[in-house]
Design a protein around this ligand. Sequence first.
Ligand SMILES: Nc1ncnc2c1ncn2[C@@H]1O[C@H](COP(=O)(O)OP(=O)(O)OP(=O)(O)O)[C@@H](O)[C@H]1O
Length: 732
Amino acid sequence: MPYILLSSSLNCFVYVTLYFCLISFERLLDSCTGSNISIFKNPFRNSIRFDLNVALNRFTHIRIKLSSHRRLIMNDLSKMDLVKYFDDERKSLPVTLQKDKLCSLIKKNETLIIIGETGSGKTTQIPQIVYENILGPDEDVVVTQPRRVAAISLAERVSYEVNTEIGDLVGYRVRFIDKTNHFTKIKFMTDGMLLRTAILEKSLSAYGCVILDEAHERTVNTDLLFGIVKRVQNSRKNSSNPLKVIVMSATMNADLFADYFGNAQIVYLQGRLHDIKIFHAKKNVEDYFHDTFVTIFQLHKEAPERHDFLVFLTGQEEIENMALAIEHINQDPSLRNYPVIKVRTLYASLPTNEQLKVFMSLEPNEFARKIILSTNIAETSVTLTGIKYVIDCGKVKVRCFHPETSMDALKVENISQAQAEQRAGRAGRESDGYCYRIYSKQQYDEMTKDPVPEILRCNLGNVVLQILAMNMDPYKFDFINKPSTDAIEQAYNMLGNLGATKNSILTEMGHKMTKFPLDPRYSKIILSSVNYGCMEDIVNIVSILSTDSIFVSSLSEKKKKQAEDAHTKFKSSVSDHIMLLKTFRSYRKIRKESKSSWCDDNFLNLRNLEYADRAREQLLDICRYLHLPIGQSCGDNFDPIRKCLLTGFFENLAYLNQEKKYITVNAKKECKIHPTSTLFHSYPHCVLYTEIIETSQPYMKYITVIDKEWLLDVVPNVHQRHNYQVLMNSEL
Ligand SMILES: Nc1ncnc2c1ncn2[C@@H]1O[C@H](COP(=O)(O)OP(=O)(O)OP(=O)(O)O)[C@@H](O)[C@H]1O
């Protein structure tokens, strides 16, 4: 921290004059703009030291006021409008009504657990309260969100409320985007981003307060953050800058968090601004997709125009199918007199700017209804304007890992009651709302209360890698719910086999792997592509796999045939990965202005390809940073690529037994090839898969044919294992 000793009276004179000039300028600004946004306190920390940051902060403050003033003019708002805005909208929120009580509790307690109804103002108001009343001039407040779309939209909202440009007083940082500057005081971040910050700067010294929002979600990153923040708080306990921690949610197990933080104080904030009426299906539901569609159809006929819907579904494919079905409603001549439906979609692999389109309102005079089809990405935190009706299918797609079999799979499961409450909470943000649950009350009662923490159901490879990157011991890490020793051991085994650790210590390869925001298996194939001369190709494949399917699938029977024909030129007889690569290579050769029509002609999803292109750029940046030889491609000789895939995915192998069934090498579980695979109708002896999807049965997705003899050269350390010997000896 840049302290300057006032060693001479001249220095003293210069700094004090500068300081008072700044104050006078600020006062002048206030009197011109009518603004009185909170004033910095304690300009002098003690009598002999002058903290340069104080001066910087005062500059910030002036910048912010100038920017507010600019916005005021730009938006043609009068001073009175602004004052009225602060008075009307925020005054009635339950959090604002209990501001004094909250302030004194935050001041008094190191850690506070806050529970308040959805929409009560926790996320938008509490960071402002902390900034205005609790923090010193050189301290920032950071608020974490499990998802980037929430972090961005909330930062935009709070920035609007304090009447500044985004990136000034209020900003956000999510993977690949940083909208903060040196002067930003209230920062919204994804939990993954704060985790990365903590790996680089262990004491989080810039922050006087960390707010862990939506704690009930229990993502892996939030669970890791709990441990890290608790450690940082303990280490700063008796220092001059202790850390305040606030844990918030509408639906969490408060006692669990209070115990974890050493009997922390819990505050229950009473009150909800708007009512939400909840309706359950009368009977147990079997086909949720069908019943969701019927509900949309019914409500569309009954609900007044401009009452928009938010529909929760499980994934991109389901969302696209529903969008197609809704299109038929628009074309139904008997519904001519009803508003036109404008469908918007929201799922994780959509590029961020596409995701943010759901926040846009319809034109004021349009005779239309907005229907947002979303995965659980819109489940927490966000306020989507116009939404009066929530239709909740009651399902969610989750990633599960079975340590005993090393199987990682995506599965559609029932949501928890906490998730059901959060989904309902998306209605009734601006006025009273309705929630239609596509499950009966009995089905609701049978749901678990809270979601199972992700850390207890995911592959821990990345978790162990991140903990090691912070020089901590994964077995001793202070988890809120400790994963089983088996699961940690499995992760160590996997990392050891990947060459990321040796004797439980990070190797040079392991250190490099921590630089990629990827599962270690993907980082490994990028790093080993150097030895196979195919880095460009592997980076392309990894980028494509980081988005949802690039092939348009929800089509009529006639169009399906056309799409198949169009995709023939990309086909590979040995690999889905190669097919993805060929498609991406062709896409990248097309001129920018023609990409859209080329994708239409070839039944490809432009948005997902654009996303992959951006991911590719980011990955190449990391490769450059690590001085890796980018640009190597193996052209049309695809064997090196297939071998390279094996260096990361050697655990994901399956072979065909004599009954013509695929058995996975490690778990010895029967699996089928996914119908979308280019290898669906062929029966190669040994295949590598990237993931398993469990619907009615387990399906292997993204498959490459492997010659089992390659194991000897490519992964000599694992080929000796018993399971692999079974594979080596297997015959058709
Ligand atoms: N982008 C927005 N546009 C319009 N109103 C908004 C927006 N964001 C928030 N609000 C208003 O502010 C209120 C409080 O929102 P906030 O996100 O702070 O609540 P919360 O208690 O954190 O809810 P949750 O638990 O669901 O995250 C909302 O109910 C809504 O009325």
